[in-house]
Ligand binder design. Structure first.
Ligand code: PGA
Length: 254
């Protein structure tokens, strides 16, 4: 089965609206419409930038998708500071990162909350990009497989149809550290994630599931990672903030 490669830029807390529009325009100018059948490109800016970035891509009729970096699972209510799924839909987001390790570690996001967010997104047909990955301590203790398996199962607990969900394997020790997992390491865990999916949703759906690698991916290492059979693309932080490096990584998927 041929899975469409995917390159996702996670801008994290970078780019004001004005800066975001400039970067989106730069990316749009480089993007070639004929790539639409060969790679899915997704940009995940801060909430405030979603609509302006979507507007740039719409104006250019560019098939680049816009995603959010988080969401609340309730549709509305007294949740000061939160953003709901309908708000994302109206702003034009079609993907949403969930369970990023920075949200888990810095803001205490739990597996249960990740699960509620995944359900809420799938109900609204926004594709969750579910992040899983182990800390250095877990890695060094040789418990990566158990840890990642448990995170995947927890994120999708009670969900029979994963829809267009994507799973991103992001070893925490590789995020923003310049230390990338070796391609074989990334392959091993991405294949493991697919095997967990086989048990949860069956072989055919698991075969169609896109599994990304994330963690210090850059133009220099992207090819060796996406050449791995179970690595279907990347979730990129730092290297997505600059047009040339991000577009080189997009081109690597073609
Ligand atoms: P990085 O971040 O590419 O800067 O390591 C990846 C991520 O956190 O999604």
């Amino acid at each position: 089965m041929q899975r469409m490669p995917m390159m996702v830029g996670n801008w994290k807390m970078n780019n004001t609206i004005a800066e975001a529009v400039v970067l989106a325009q730069d990316i749009s100018n480089e993007y070639e419409q004929q790539w639409r059948d060969r790679v899915d490109v997704v940009v995940c800016p801060p909430f405030l930038d979603i609509k302006p970035v979507r507007t740039v891509f719409d104006f250019d009729r560019t098939t680049i998708y816009v995603g959010a970096q988080d969401v609340h699972w309730e549709l509305k209510g007294a949740y000061t500071g939160e953003v709901s799924v309908p708000m994302l839909t109206e702003a034009g987001a079609t993907y949403c990162i969930v369970g990023h390790s920075e949200r888990r570690e810095l803001f205490g996001e739990t597996n249960e909350q990740v699960n509620k967010k995944v359900k809420a997104l799938l109900d609204a047909r926004i594709a969750p990009i579910v992040c899983v990955g182990e800390s250095l301590a877990v890695h060094d203790a040789g418990q990566t497989a158990d840890y990642v398996t448990a995170e995947v199962r927890a994120a999708f607990a009670g969900i029979d149809d994963w829809g267009d969900a994507v799973v991103a394997y992001e070893p925490i020790w590789a995020i923003g550290t310049g230390r990338t997992a070796a391609p074989e390491q990334a392959q091993e865990v991405c294949a493991l994630i697919r095997s967990v999916a086989v048990e949860e949703i069956g072989a055919a759906a698991a075969e169609a599931l896109r599994v990304l690698y994330g963690g210090s991916m850059n133009p220099g290492n992207v090819q060796s990672l996406i050449d791995m059979p179970d690595v279907d693309g990347g979730l990129v932080g730092g290297a997505s903030l600059e047009r040339d490096s991000f577009m080189r990584m997009v081109r690597a998927c073609l």
